[in-house]
Design a protein around this ligand. Structure first.
Ligand code: HEM
Length: 148
């Protein structure tokens, strides 16, 4: 009888542990869904490369990037989008205020850049729900970036 009691307890423990593991991995798969939708780190770096190509050909904003180290910018944006989308990265660049405060960026320029990112994501056939979620993560940065 004693032995039976212990095995019931062991079974209950095993089930609750399994439940914990399952709910943990479900939570994780939901929180990195956007990251996976973007094609993870490799996909994000390809999107960023095309994004910067669109930006540097966009007459509305290209002048702002004339003196920019585009290789560093690509790395920083890849890290930033990876982290924002729930991926396993840590953005190591400047905060958005420090990075942009000397540029006197206006709303039209901000919107132009967001549009260029959408063009790049569209080119990579990213699902529109995933595109919208990344754009939604960037939207709150507008008040730090737009100073004019
Ligand atoms: C959601 C909008 C934006 C995001 C997420 C963003 C993100 C970034 C990031 C991560 C960096 C790198 C910072 C570093 O080097 O440590 C950066 C730099 C830069 N951003 Fe933005 N940016 C945005 C909007 C804009 C706009 C609208 C412009 C101009 C039209 C702009 C122009 C630049 C330039 C020129 C640099 C390079 C600065 C340098 O050479 O040091 N950004 N941005």
């Amino acid at each position: 009888m004693k032995k039976f009691k212990y095995s019931v307890a062991a079974m209950l423990l095993t089930f609750s542990a399994l439940g914990l593991i399952t709910s943990h991995s479900q939570a994780q798969s939901m929180s990195d869904a956007v990251y996976r939708g973007l094609g993870e780190k490799t996909g994000i770096s390809k999107i960023v490369a095309d994004f910067l190509a669109v930006v540097t050909n966009d007459q509305r904003i290209s002048a702002a990037f004339a003196e920019t180290d585009m290789e560093r910018l690509a790395l920083m944006l890849t890290e930033q989008f990876c982290e924002l989308s729930g991926g396993p990265c840590k953005y190591s660049g400047k905060d958005m205020t420090s990075a942009h405060q000397s540029m006197k960026i206006n709303n039209a320029q901000f919107n132009a850049l967001a549009e260029d990112l959408q063009i790049a994501m569209e080119k990579h056939q990213i699902a529109s729900s995933v595109q919208n979620k990344l754009i939604a993560k960037l939207a709150p940065m507008q008040r730090h970036i737009v100073t004019r």
